[in-house]
Write a protein that binds this ligand. Structure first.
Ligand SMILES: [Zn+2]
Length: 319
């Protein structure tokens, strides 16, 4: 049966709590191992509808939560085309009347025509999507040229997998992170995730937010159309993906957790867009000597695991 209705299994788990000053200290310590200049502070959320953030609602506060929908087993070794999600059900899954959803997933191939990266950024209401500012990044099937474009109003679907930070979209206190000049080998998100895991090894914690790569360039990938040949290893996935180098400023929508909590959670996922026609799945910056990051994050209270695949991915895939 095609999975297109609200009739999906939704598992929930509350994240542990941690003192905000300890979180800030942990992030500062971890990021300082990887970047020359680091600042982490607890601030009032700026108006994130403004450029370069351009989110569909003003803030990322008010019942912040992560939503992990579907998963990699829906994409490899071969795509499950009947796994297709109508995101206007989000308010029902979360029991949240209205809010903001931002994150990373697979675009609606029935509309796009081919597989694509979804850079999700939309305001939702009860059983509806009120304002969509989402992008997709795809490859032109003939020229393989990357194309990044917005989704039209009313196109509310995604395919196979999606990782979101949701909230009521309100202003409030957030964690501001600024980093310059990378000296270590970790990307910005993995570095924060490692820092949290090291400081809180026994806690289950999740964060999400938006950051901008203000200077430098970044390595991204864009999924081509679904592979007709089974993808059975990381090597086969890597040779299938199309890698590109994109220029700043890049606005990145990101979630990460300290463990998969035996719920097959994806531990981190970040997609980015720009006003200059570049976007995709973030891997790392390629200009460590000049890169500048500025981001705003919240600690999620709960994770919602929607339609967890029954089979596990047997190798690590970074889609
Ligand atoms: Zn991705």
């Amino acid at each position: 049966m095609p999975i297109t209705t609200n009739n999906l299994k939704v598992e929930t788990k509350d994240f542990d709590k941690a003192q905000i000053d300890e979180v800030i200290n942990a992030l500062h310590a971890g990021l300082s191992d990887n970047f020359e200049t680091v600042s982490v502070s607890h601030v009032n959320c700026p108006d994130l509808t403004q450029e370069p953030f351009s989110l569909a609602k003003e803030g990322i506060c008010g019942r912040p939560c992560l939503v992990d929908i579907g998963g990699v087993p829906n994409l490899v070794p071969l795509v499950k085309r009947d796994v297709y999600y109508d995101l206007s059900h989000l308010s029902n899954w979360l029991d949240m009347k209205e809010g903001l959803a931002i994150g990373a997933g697979a675009g609606p191939w029935k509309y796009v025509g081919v597989n694509s990266e979804l850079i999700a950024n939309f305001a939702f209401g009860s059983g509806t999507i009120e304002k969509s500012m989402s992008y997709i990044a795809k490859l032109d099937p003939e020229t393989e040229k990357p194309i990044v474009e917005t989704l039209p109003p009313g196109e509310n679907n995604c395919a196979v997998l999606l990782n979101l930070l949701c909230s009521e979209g309100k202003p409030g206190k957030v964690i501001k992170v600024e980093c310059k000049n990378r000296k270590g080998g970790l990307n910005f998100v993995s570095c924060m995730r490692n820092a949290m895991w090291k400081r809180f090894p026994c806690k289950f914690l999740g964060l999400g937010g938006v950051f901008v790569i203000k200077k430098g360039k970044a390595k991204l990938h864009i999924m081509p159309d679904f592979s007709e040949k089974p993808l059975n290893s990381d090597e086969e996935v890597a040779s299938w993906l199309k890698f590109v180098e994109a220029s700043s400023p890049l606005t990145c929508l990101s979630v990460f957790v300290t463990s998969d909590a035996e719920m097959d959670l994806r531990v981190e996922h970040t997609h980015c867009f720009s006003k200059h026609g570049e976007g995709g799945h973030y891997h790392y910056d390629t200009t460590p000597e000049e890169v500048v990051y500025e981001g705003y994050f919240v600690m999620a209270e709960t994770v919602y695991r929607v339609n967890r695949p029954s089979d596990e991915a047997h190798f690590y895939c970074a889609f």
